[in-house]
Write a protein that binds this ligand. Structure first.
Ligand SMILES: [Zn+2]
Length: 214
């Protein structure tokens, strides 16, 4: 009867004992009791198992969190690769900017004109042609064949006067299409001894007549 009562008292203490948080006095009492009492010893063992099971659960929870972190890192890496792959064509466009604008593709027949007024000649550009920096003059030989850019322009050296538009801005980024429809005028000034002005496309090595003196 006394032993039974002790059991209840000890079983109240078992959880604390199992967790190792009871007082030294209680710990001794429990230890002494379970040395003799099989039932309480079994109960303590079950608690121990329960504790070790929940420890396993903690470990698997930590593993699950780590797995989530790994998945998140993988997603970030995949997104980064995706962004870099999408930036690559833009980068290529930038690297490709030092090429003349294709006459047909950018409809330069309509978008580049030479206009003459009292101040002299003007280069007038519209739409896609405004996405450019222009280079002039360029040299042509007697047959109108392009001979390259002429930084120190000497009108005596050439028959025609050449203009080349180099791509300055990216004109097409799907789904956006950037267009500058407003007319831009660049003063070319007086051009004595110049009878013809060409657009020179250095991609196709072709010259197109823009203006001819009357
Ligand atoms: Zn007992």
């Amino acid at each position: 009867m006394k032993a039974k009562k002790n059991c209840e008292l000890i079983r109240d203490l078992l959880p604390l004992y199992a967790d190792g948080v009871c007082s030294e006095e209680s710990r001794q009492a429990v230890a002494e009791h379970i040395a003799d009492c099989q039932e309480c010893r079994d109960m303590l063992n079950k608690m121990g198992q329960h504790i070790s099971i929940s420890a396993d659960k903690d470990v698997s929870a930590v593993k699950a969190i780590r797995k989530k972190i790994h998945i998140r890192q993988a997603i970030i890496i995949i997104i980064s690769i995706f962004i870099i792959l999408n930036l690559f064509p833009l980068l290529m466009l930038f690297l490709n900017m030092d090429c003349s604008m294709n006459y047909e593709k950018y409809n330069l027949a309509e978008n580049v004109r030479i206009v003459e007024d009292s101040e002299g000649l003007w280069l007038v550009t519209t739409n896609e042609a405004n996405n450019s920096v222009f280079y002039l003059p360029t040299l042509s030989d007697e047959n109108g064949k392009h001979m390259g850019y002429d930084d120190d322009f000497d009108a005596d050296k050439k028959v025609g006067y050449g203009i080349t538009l180099k791509q300055k801005r990216i004109t097409e980024i799907s789904p956006f299409i950037l267009s500058y429809s407003q007319e831009q005028r660049t003063k070319l000034g007086e051009m004595k001894n110049i009878s013809e002005i060409f657009y020179y496309d250095d991609k196709t090595n072709t010259e197109y007549l823009l203006w001819k003196a009357e």
